[in-house]
Design a binder for this molecule. Structure first.
Ligand code: GLU
Length: 283
């Protein structure tokens, strides 16, 4: 089987050294295995994503010499595909409308005192899961603002135990409840990251995923979606996150170590990749 991997940044800021490291890992793995690396621009959050950052991603990768295979996929051009997944989950009673505001959820979690935070942040207490179909229909018809949530317990019941292969660690057991009933779509974001990323990994035939350790908890949700939809399970390698000399994680809001600023400061692509490699060796 040919190895197919991808680099899938979100154009919400300029790429930094951490991105260079992530892209390099995927690129190197693909090239060594005689496989492919695809570039996917994850721009479903139309509020935060900007065309100039999209262009900068391509410029930075080209400058680093990290090329990609085939056309670039931009998720904002494929909302209909993600909606079809959501529609299927709704039709199978695996997604339900949630009318709670963030404030209501926080208040309920504070009052309940039971493990309110999971690996993916606040765990939704499931309030709207109990609504009747009649009430759901009525409130939607009345134009009440709502999100669509994933009924993870029901999903887990249908697909049974799941695992994934984590490179270097072996077989990991999926904990389907790790993030609670996560949001699959909202009014302003018609698809969540979870739906878009799993759909596209299947659509693009991705067999191996390298991405930051911060996305590790999401993999539990992704395996659940993949199993429900009858999609293939890629292998994963979640890499450690690079930190700067003060031990701080790189963030898009820090201007200092963006690839663009390093380039403008006269660094060569080789020096930048070597620096990423050096920092990666320290984590
Ligand atoms: N678009 C995500 C990010 O920039 C990465 C998604 C993934 O690799 O699964 O954080």
């Amino acid at each position: 089987m040919t190895l197919v991997t991808r680099f899938a940044p979100s154009p919400t800021g300029l790429l930094h050294l951490g991105h260079a490291w992530s892209a390099l890992l995927g690129w190197r793995h693909a090239r060594e295995a005689g496989g492919k690396i695809l570039l996917r621009i994850e721009d479903i959050d139309t509020e935060r994503c900007r065309p100039e950052f999209d262009a900068a991603i391509m410029e930075d990768l080209a400058w680093l010499g990290l090329d990609w295979d085939g056309p670039v996929r931009r998720q904002s051009e494929h909302f209909a595909d993600f909606k079809a997944v959501l529609d299927q989950l709704k039709a199978n009673a695996l997604a339900y409308p949630c009318f709670c505001t963030r404030r209501q959820i926080e208040a309920e979690v504070a009052a309940s005192q039971s493990a309110p935070h999971g690996l993916l942040g606040l765990i939704y207490p499931g309030t709207c899961r109990a609504l009747s179909d009649a009430e759901r229909i009525e409130r939607i018809a009345a134009g009440e603002n709502h999100a669509w949530r994933f009924d993870v317990a029901e999903a887990a019941r249908r697909v049974g135990d799941l695992t994934w292969i984590e490179e270097g660690q072996g077989i990991m057991a999926v904990d389907p409840l790790v993030g609670g009933d996560v949001v699959l779509a909202r009014k302003d974001t018609p698809s969540s990251y979870h739906v878009a990323v799993t759909h596209d990994d299947q659509f693009q035939g991705i067999t191996w995923i390298t991405r930051g350790q911060d996305l590790y908890p999401s993999t539990h949700i992704h395996r659940l979606l993949q199993a429900l939809m009858g999609w293939d399970a890629p292998a994963y390698r979640h890499h450690g996150l690079l930190v700067d000399e003060e031990g701080k994680r790189f963030a898009k809001r820090d201007r200092a170590l963006t690839l663009r600023s390093l380039r403008e400061a006269g660094k060569t692509p080789e020096q930048v990749l070597a620096l990423a490699e050096k920092l990666a060796a320290q984590i």
